[in-house]
Design a protein around this ligand. Sequence first.
Ligand SMILES: NC(=O)c1ccc[n+]([C@@H]2O[C@H](COP(=O)([O-])OP(=O)(O)OC[C@H]3O[C@@H](n4cnc5c(N)ncnc54)[C@H](O)[C@@H]3O)[C@@H](O)[C@H]2O)c1
Length: 279
Amino acid sequence: MSSKKSKATGPGRLAGRVAWVSGATSGIGEAVAELFAREGAKVALVGRRVELGQKIANRINRATPGAAIALGCDVSKESDVQASIAATVKKFGRLDLLINNAGMVEVLDLHEYTEAQWDRVMNVNVKSMFFAFKHAFPHLRKAKRGYVVNVGSISSFVGQARTPVYTTSKHAILGLTRSIALDYAAHGVRCNCICPGITETPMLWEHLNVRPDPQAALAERLRRVPMGVSLSPLDVAKSILFFSCEDSAGVTGTSLTIDCGYLTAAEWTSDKTLFQENV
Ligand SMILES: NC(=O)c1ccc[n+]([C@@H]2O[C@H](COP(=O)([O-])OP(=O)(O)OC[C@H]3O[C@@H](n4cnc5c(N)ncnc54)[C@H](O)[C@@H]3O)[C@@H](O)[C@H]2O)c1
């Protein structure tokens, strides 16, 4: 950015910054917490499984002492979200980065859903982001450069079989991202959305395990991916880092798809061997 206020980029890109990361007890959120700590941030690992969160925080603290805490929180409950944000600020003195990563999927056809199942997916995936922003905003404003990263999906753009409410929730996240970006830009808040494709995390396997042969289902799906490979949680975490630091200065209200080319073609049969020979 040409502004004189634009901050330097480089190693330790999050030095002095404090992050709240939801769903940090596994998969992408866990990778974000580790990467952010390596980049100099203090990190609150937020999730329901606090013992698991504590184990991950201990591992992070062995490499970067004092960088991580674990906080129990069901992101669909406003009181939990409010308390976890307050605890983060109490521990680290500020809050600069809100990473809305927690999410869930329910594999059912729409007519099979109960109202409670619909509400659960929407509450965990979308309403949680409203709660988090609402309670984080006073701190983000104070931080001057308070950044929000919402985790969407390729399902933010297209449908996927038997996950209609997940798809609805992930489309909604794009609208929420743009609204936050617009309404809070004057407060120095930037808000962007990361949209991952096939990423090898527990959630992916939950999705695939309903198939008779999950490995074959993954291989079949990867045949539609031009690069022919899946993403690691760290791959996605690096994109989240981009939106969380000055490398993306001036970027707000947008989305970044990281999907090994999945959405670029209506039809595709990948040649994984060719990709692996060449790269
Ligand atoms: N894995 C993929 O292929 C993929 C693709 C696109 C988008 N995503 C998105 O990435 C994000 C992270 O998912 P992941 O793939 O790392 O899977 P994951 O299952 O490892 O992580 C999801 C995390 O959210 C937590 N969570 C779920 N409900 C919660 C609640 N009510 N309160 C607090 N925490 C809760 C889970 O405990 C878990 O730690 C999700 O938003 C998901 O939709 C994943």
